[in-house]
Design a protein around this ligand. Structure first.
Ligand SMILES: [Fe+2]
Length: 386
């Protein structure tokens, strides 16, 4: 009988999650590149195990490589600046059977040494894998419906009361940011714990909806990436089906679109510290932790209470804060490039969680970041008056 330690169980669960995502892709589509700025899907099949190998076997325990070529080929993803797209061909990538053999062998060796590994590294491997469960969902979202299989229970959002625009006053005070070092796992950019003084502001109770954003589009703004006009009617490009634009669901937009909408309304986006202040007055949405695939209406969680709705779940929220280090930041020696290369003023912080965000990222200190023009995210926003 195999008995597993707690980290062993968590790693095994995370593998199950990512394995089940790959099962949704038709085998002949594994070499597709659904997002031009990212690698082909086959990269992700090898990347999760290569990351675990490089971190857990090679870096931590100096286990000799059994497939050094793949350890390198699948080591890191890409995030090219706008206009600088990758141009590799499918033939440049190895066959799926060889990648799956590499994955099986990696798992066997990692499982053999798991008990010797520092807990922090195992947690980093698990969270890295679960982050990719979300990024992989974005990629899958961009694939034609005929190239993926809908799992049971993937439906379209049901009706909910329409949202009225309301604002919640948040008094001046201190935002508690970050994590205290040594107490619990967090990524390098979550440290150190500190306070930031925040002035008073009024935040929209709800995320901006498709209905509200449609007014902006009627005034000439471009339609968001997730919308499609079919025979004179706006449709929503959901994960497994296209359906009439759900007017009371939050709109998924880029940070540039979110900022332009807010400016058009004479308002602005939340800053990262303001998000923390407002989130203290909120309850999480039920639409997170892989339960759903597409957004639900902004009023769907009203029964949960909380004065500000859905600050965690039902879509990440863009902030106006450029991604940067907290005071006392130190890059993790085992993954120096996790955060530091993105402290460039060209990436912005998102907070909260999307329907496809794993439960471990619900800690308030977790920070997500992307380029302001990247349109594939499950990223929402709300407006602020000050
Ligand atoms: Fe990665």
């Amino acid at each position: 009988m195999v008995t597993r330690s707690e980290p062993g169980r968590a790693l095994s669960d995370a593998r199950h999650t990512t394995d089940s995502l790959f099962e949704l892709v038709r085998p002949d589509s594994l070499y597709d590149r659904p997002v031009p700025e990212r690698n082909r899907l086959i990269f992700y099949l090898g990347h999760l195990e290569a990351f675990d190998w490089n971190l857990l076997a090679r870096h931590a325990l100096e286990v000799p490589a059994f497939h050094a070529e793949f350890d390198h080929l699948f080591a890191f993803g890409i995030d090219p600046p706008p206009g600088d797209l990758p141009n590799d061909t499918p033939a440049a990538w190895p066959g799926a059977a060889e990648v799956r053999r590499y994955n099986r062998r990696t798992r066997e060796i990692v499982d053999e040494v798991l008990d010797q590994l520092p807990e922090e590294l195992v947690q980093a491997a698990i969270e890295h894998r679960l982050m990719h469960a979300e990024t992989f969902a974005y990629l899958l979202h961009q694939m034609p419906y005929g190239k993926k299989a809908a799992p049971a229970g993937a439906g379209i959002p049901g009706p909910a009361p329409a949202a009225r625009e309301e604002f919640v006053e948040i008094g001046a005070g201190e935002a508690r940011m970050g994590l205290e070092r040594g107490r619990t796992f967090g990524w390098d950019n979550e440290f150190e714990e500190h306070g930031v003084a925040v002035g008073e502001f009024a935040v929209a109770r709800y995320k901006v909806t498709n209905r509200q954003y449609l007014e902006f589009v009627k005034e000439g703004a471009a339609a968001p990436h997730f919308w499609a006009m079919r025979e004179g009617r706006w449709m929503y490009r959901g994960m497994f089906a296209e359906y009439p634009l759900p007017l009371d669901c939050p709109v998924y937009v880029t940070q540039e679109e979110a900022s332009a909408y807010a400016a058009w309304r004479g308002m602005r986006l939340l800053t990262e510290p303001e998000f923390h202040r407002a989130a203290e007055r909120s309850r999480p949405s039920a639409n997170l932790g892989f339960r759903g695939w597409d957004p639900v209406p902004v009023t769907a969680d009203d029964a949960a209470g909380g004065e500000v709705a859905q600050m965690t779940g039902n879509g990440w929220e863009w902030t106006s804060t450029a991604f940067g280090p907290f005071p006392g930041f130190e890059a993790f020696p085992f993954y120096r490039n996790y955060s530091e290369p993105f402290f460039d003023g060209r990436h912005f912080v998102l907070k909260g969680a999307s329907p496809r965000t794993a439960a471990c990222f619900l800690r308030p200190s977790f920070r997500n970041w992307f380029r302001p023009s990247y349109p594939y995210l499950y990223a929402t926003f709300r407006v602020v008056k000050s």
